[in-house]
Design a protein around this ligand. Structure first.
Ligand SMILES: Nc1ncnc2c1ncn2[C@@H]1O[C@H](COP(=O)(O)OP(=O)(O)O)[C@@H](O)[C@H]1O
Ligand SMILES: [Mg+2]
Length: 266
């Protein structure tokens, strides 16, 4: 295979372990057809982005995978089991993540484990680890109102990682975060995906962000939403985080996706 088709990696069947399978999912809200016959595989140990214009059903698909709303047709399987509702195998990091305002960072991150009856020293040890991994060491005693939007998102991610959910659902987690924090958080997320053998499903409407952090990008087109293309930016995945944005393949893929999406900009 040539360098270019490797980089664009289109439509090769996935031969790796797929943790989440979306099969023929449709969703109607009354008259509104939000998703039509959508099928996608989400490999374990990788980050897949859902990229598309607003209103194309990205949040709807995440909610169906989370089991928060039912599909009108089709099914979701997690490790071969059909999704019938929410479960501890999946953790949703919401767009406007709600933390407990009366609890400090350590308590917020360990709260999911507290609910499961895990003892204090054990849950705090786990929480400390993930507070470190998301770059918040030193902020254990801080309260949500003392943190920036970006830091609050990190607390939400650390909480999702602490409960050891196998599937992490991130709905535009960087949307309320300033550019510098966004870049730092993207780098940390890349490292997390490498180090945790979990399935990350990441919603974004930023082409650059998707290409920077994704192993696989599903491009969704609107009305009704369907997968128009799957792109696997493989050729620069091994390079240092700092060098990705300068690699020719990165720039080529960004251009290619923009060419696909430009007709759908309102
Ligand atoms: N609860 C709802 N009731 C009715 N229509 C909805 C509801 N949620 C989403 N929609 C519609 O479904 C479509 C997809 O929405 P959404 O999944 O939020 O898209 P995205 O996250 O890509 O912006 C949009 O047309 C939206 O207006
Ligand atoms: Mg949305």
């Amino acid at each position: 295979m040539s360098q270019t088709s490797d980089a664009f990696g289109k439509a090769d069947p996935i031969d790796i372990d797929s943790a989440v399978s979306v099969r023929g999912v449709s969703k109607n809200y009354g008259e509104v057809e939000a998703l039509r016959d959508l099928s996608l595989e989400f490999p374990r140990g990788q980050l897949t982005s859902l990229l598309g214009p607003s209103g194309c059903g990205k949040t709807t698909l995440l909610k169906i995978i989370a089991g928060l709303i039912p599909a009108t047709a089709g099914e979701i399987e997690i490790d071969g089991r059909k999704v019938t509702g929410p479960g501890p195998d999946r953790a949703f990091v919401f767009q406007d993540f709600a933390l407990l305002p009366w609890a400090n960072v350590l308590r917020n991150v360990s709260f999911g484990l507290e609910l499961r009856g895990v003892g204090k020293s054990e849950r705090e040890a786990v929480a400390e680890k993930y507070i470190g991994n998301v770059g918040l060491s030193g902020f254990e005693k801080a309260y949500p109102h003392e943190l920036s939007g970006g830091m609050r998102q990190r607390v939400g991610l650390a909480r999702a990682l602490s409960v050891d959910a196998q599937v992490l659902l991130l709905d535009e987690p960087f949307s309320a975060v300033d550019e510098q924090n966004r870049r730092k958080f993207q780098e940390d997320l890349l490292a997390l995906v490498r180090n945790e053998n979990k399935t990350f499903i990441f919603v974004t409407h930023s082409i650059e962000e998707a290409v920077y952090i994704s192993d696989q990008i599903a491009i969704l087109l609107p009305r009704p939403s369907r997968v128009s293309e799957i792109i696997r930016p493989t050729s620069f995945r091994g390079t240092k985080a700092d060098n990705i944005r300068r690699s020719p393949e990165y720039l080529d893929i960004v251009d290619q996706i923009w060419a696909s999406l430009r007709n759908y900009v309102e």
